[in-house]
Ligand binder design. Structure first.
Ligand SMILES: [Zn+2]
Length: 192
């Protein structure tokens, strides 16, 4: 067993021994959803005060409004009753460190983990890569406020999203844990 696998199973043992929330209903009790980045420094349960059963948290690289994130949000309201949504990106996001071309090139080089320094990303190895990455839209970020705004707009303008669900746009500061509003995004996401 790997160290991580062992640790995760041990942590689960401890969690389940004091677990008393087995009777929670499926729909989120506080009727809201958060779309945010998968970054390991972000803990939405802590930064937004969530307990089990409270809210949907949809995470991907960047917290972007990808087709799959929208799929989850639509299920979130249509079948499970959420009434307010947050799009929360964050400072120092890894999605600011590359673009489609860079990722395509790195994957063409090899499938090993690349490294980064002041001059950018570098692949470690030669061989065994693939050109498939050149055909993917990686949804990278060049400006956090703009990416929050564009994702709120994309969700707002989706025909499956009801106009009475407000969408709030925020940036989480990884240095201070502060949630900073992106007013133009919240404005774009307001109920009409
Ligand atoms: Zn991120």
């Amino acid at each position: 067993m790997t160290k991580v696998l062992d640790e995760v199973l041990q942590a689960n043992k401890e969690y389940k021994d004091s677990f008393d929330k087995g009777d929670l209903p499926m729909p989120p009790g506080r009727q809201f959803a958060i779309l945010t980045c998968m970054d390991a420094r972000l803990d939405p349960a802590k930064y937004a005060g969530l307990s089990e059963g409270d809210a949907h948290v949809i995470r991907n690289a960047g917290g972007r409004a990808s087709d799959d994130a929208i799929r989850s949000l639509v299920i979130s309201y249509k079948l499970l009753g959420t009434r307010e949504w947050f799009v929360i990106h964050h400072t120092d996001c890894g999605m600011e460190t590359f673009n489609n071309e860079v990722m395509g090139e790195l994957l063409s080089g090899s499938l090993k983990t690349a490294s980064v320094d002041a001059s950018g990303w570098h692949d470690c190895c030669e061989g065994g890569g693939t050109t498939d990455g050149k055909f993917i839209e990686w949804l990278t970020i060049s400006d956090q406020a703009k990416s929050v705004l564009s994702d709120v707009e994309r969700i707002r303008n989706n025909s499956m999203v009801p106009s009475d669900i407000p969408i709030y746009g925020y940036i989480y500061d990884v240095k201070t844990a502060n949630l900073i509003e992106v007013p133009e995004a919240t404005e774009a996401g307001r109920v009409s």
